[in-house]
Structure formats: C-alpha cells, structure tokens
Design a protein around this ligand. Structure first.
Ligand SMILES: Cc1cc2nc3c(=O)[nH]c(=O)nc-3n(C[C@H](O)[C@H](O)[C@H](O)COP(=O)(O)OP(=O)(O)OC[C@H]3O[C@@H](n4cnc5c(N)ncnc54)[C@H](O)[C@@H]3O)c2cc1C
Length: 393
C-alpha cells in the first residue's frame, strides 16, 4: 500500500540522492543538464502536480503539499529554463486548450523536452498589453502571423512560444486577441538578442514575418485570448512571487531574477569582517525576515499574486543594495576579477529587471487597487470602441 510516508521518502530520495547525481554526472552544457534533471523529475512522478495521470500528472493535493514542503530550497537553479513552459504555458494549456493541443504539448512540456517562451510584449504594448498589434490571419489550414515582439526571455533556447496576436481589429481592444502556440524554428521568426547592462543577453526582440501556425493550435477560443492572457499572467506572478524561495540558497548562479539569498549575505558580511556591526546585523535581520515573509505568502494560496510579486521585488532590491554596500563603495562602476564579487555585481545590476518582468510595480498596484480593493478603474476610452479607432503609440 502506498502511504504518505512512502511518498515523502521518494521525494527526499529524489532531491537528496538522485538530483546531485544527475547534476554532477551530466557534464555537457547547462541546457542538457537542466533537461536531464527535469526528465528524471517527471519519471519519478514529481513534475506535474495538479495534472491528470494521462499526462504523467498527480492530482493528489496531499502529495503536492508534501512536495512543496520537502522541495523548499532544494530545486536546482537549472529548473529556471522551464519557468515559462512549466510555470505558465502548461497550466494555461491544461485549463483552456483543446484535447489536440493538450495531447501534443503537455507531456513533452512538463518533462522539459520542449522549452517555451512568452511572446506578449511589443514595442508599443508593454504595460498596455491589450494594445498589441501583431496580427494573425487565417489562410486555409494555417494562421499567418506578422508583427514584432520584444523582451522575449529565453527565445533563443525555445522551440515553442505562447503568442498573443490580434485576430480582429474591428472588435474592442480586449476582444480581438487570440492566444496561439507558435513554433519558433521556422524562417518567419527572426530572433535577435538584446544585451543588458549585466553583459548577458537574456531576452530578445523578435521580428515575425508571415510565420505559420497550424489552424488548431489556438489556446481557448479565437478572439477570447485576453482571458487566457490574464490567467497566464496570474501564474507568472505567483511563480515570480515565490521564486526567491525556490532556488538552492547555497548555489551561486548568475541566472534568473531572484533576490540574493540572505544566507549568502550573511557569509558576505563575515567575509568583509562586518558581521559584528550593529547596523549590519539589523539590516540582515530585516532581510531574513523578508525572506520568511515570502515563504509565508507562498504557503497561503489566497493571497493575491501581485502581493507576492511586489514583495519579492522589494526583497530583491534590498538584498542587492546590502551586497553593494558590503562589496564596494562605487557600486556598479566596478569590475572585479574575483569570482564571488562578480556574482554579487551581476545581481546588483540584474535586480532592477525584477520590477518590470511580469508587469511593473505600478501595474501590480493598479491591479490590487482595482481588483482587490474595488477602487474605480483607470480612466480611458470606452471599452466598446473598436481597436482600429483607438489612438496608437
Ligand atoms: C527582465 C525582463 C524580462 C521580461 N520577459 C518578458 C517575456 O519573456 N515576454 C514578454 O512578453 N515580455 C517580457 N518582459 C517585458 C515586460 O513585461 C515589460 O517590460 C513590462 O510589462 C513593462 O512594459 P514596458 O517595458 O513597455 O514599459 P511601459 O509600459 O512603457 O512603462 C513605462 C513606465 O510607465 C509606467 N506605467 C505604464 N502604464 C502605467 C499605468 N497605467 N499606471 C501607472 N504607471 C504606468 C510603468 O510602470 C513603467 O514604470 C520582460 C521584461 C523584463 C525587464
């Protein structure tokens, strides 16, 4: 008989024994290592809580709870590669897509065989996402897509994208949008990296010229994509709100937008000989408390996703500011040949992006004001005005 205890043992075995074996034995590149880990996770039955067994899932809420408890701080940073696929695209496909799309994408997506990116933002549509103008038109058995996307994280590693495109310019702004699955590896999709101030090119701009999508690869209904877009953003905010507690706090990784773990800041204060200073200890206590608050928010499903995201951003900035003061007086205008300081420099520069990706802090506050507190909506044109008639950027 399978018991909760057996399941807990399986989880512990996977995290404590199997995980280090896989990460150490897969000597090839970071992507292969990430995919090997994710495939093993799936094969152990630990990769798809809340999904039907037909897709390799486990719908037992108690098992999910045990996984959450045991995996705390033990998920390797390599799993960031699947943040968009597993954390955002798969739940929306599970909840809204046709059987054809689910059968095609859920299993390989959850197992990490296929990597996903999110093609929402455009040069004229970031915070005002519903202002997007990338167009999709039906041509026989295919959709033909033309337009431009920007800030697309991880597009260079992705085989598929969740794409938002306008399918009806005569409908009101929020009503003529459709969500699609776009195959990235085709001639109509031109991916160009954007280099950030960290020196990395994490995201891209993408020029789409008559790219093709099979007719059935729509998520939800045609022209009903805004509902799916909002559902996916909620998953994104939950995920980013939780992400500071998901990494292994001993790993120093220059990837992802997560606050520097307080454990590493305590080590840094020791290294710099400043751990005895009262002000430094006070600041560290605040940072450790902030990390604990993220953990409490993570455990309470009823908290609005924007609260977790805002708190995570605040923690990320405070942690980076502390590291900057410990490392050097001249902040980012500094170059180091010491690997450990190079790590802190990366996060000091990178943390600013936390308040943008997944919607800016101001947009989170607007969302909380309007949807959680019931304040009046922001003024704007009548919501039934056809998109074609609206003023554009
Ligand atoms: C690290 C990172 C990763 C990203 N990854 C992706 C990705 O994978 N896929 C994707 O599609 N996009 C991605 N984005 C894009 C991100 O979603 C947008 O940057 C974000 O939505 C803001 O849009 P914008 O940059 O066009 O800024 P704008 O919308 O032009 O905003 C500029 C400023 O005006 C403020 N503002 C705008 N409207 C309002 C308002 N109504 N009320 C109050 N203030 C307002 C904003 O808060 C901001 O401070 C990423 C961004 C970053 C930084």
């Amino acid at each position: 008989m399978n018991t909760d205890r057996d399941f807990r043992e399986t989880v512990r075995y996977f995290l404590d024994v199997t995980t280090p074996q896989i990460l150490e034995s897969t000597s090839c590149g970071a992507i292969s290592r990430a995919q090997a880990w994710r495939a093993a996770l799936f094969d152990f039955g630990l990769a798809a809580f809340g999904y039907p067994a037909a897709y390799g899932g486990n719908e037992d809420p108690l098992d999910a709870l045990i996984w959450n408890e045991e995996s705390q701080g033990k998920i390797p940073r390599e799993d960031n590669l699947f943040g968009i696929g597993v954390g955002m695209a798969m739940p929306v496909i599970r909840d809204y897509a046709s059987k054809e799309v689910k059968d095609r994408f859920l299993r390989p997506g959850l197992r990490g065989e296929e990597v996903w990116c999110q093609m929402y933002s455009e040069p004229g549509a970031g915070s005002d996402l519903a202002g997007l103008t990338t167009r999709a038109e039906l041509d026989g058995d295919e959709w033909v897509v033309t337009g431009q996307k920007v800030w697309t994280s991880g597009a260079q590693n992705s085989q598929y994208a969740i794409l938002l495109a306008r399918t009806d310019f005569d409908a009101p702004k929020h009503s003529g949008i459709t969500m699609f699955v776009l195959p990235m590896e085709q001639t109509g999709v031109d991916i160009q990296p954007l280099i950030q101030m960290t020196g990395e090119a994490e995201f891209n701009q993408i020029f789409i010229q008559e790219a093709r999508i099979p007719r059935g690869w729509v998520v939800g209904e045609v022209n009903d994509g805004w509902r799916m877009a909002v559902a996916l953003l909620a998953h994104e905010r939950v995920r980013t709100g939780q992400s500071s507690t998901m990494g292994d706090s001993t790993q120093r990784s220059k990837s992802g937008r997560v606050p520097i773990p307080s454990r590493q800041l305590i080590e840094l204060a020791h290294e710099k000989g400043r751990i005895g200073e009262a002000v430094v200890r006070q600041e560290l206590a605040t940072l450790v408390t902030g990390e604990r608050i993220i953990e409490f928010i993570r455990r309470r499903n009823t908290v609005h996703p924007s609260i977790g995201k805002l708190w995570r951003t605040r923690q990320g900035r405070a942690a980076a500011d502390f590291a900057a003061r410990m490392c050097f007086p001249a902040s980012p205008a500094w170059s180091s040949d010491q690997e450990s300081e190079d790590y802190f420099q990366f996060h000091i520069l990178n943390c600013r992006g936390m308040s943008l990706g997944g919607g800016t802090d101001e947009i989170q506050r607007n969302t909380l004001g309007e949807r959680a507190l019931g304040l009046p909506r922001e003024p704007g044109p009548a919501r039934d005005t056809p998109f074609r008639a609206l003023p554009r950027n």
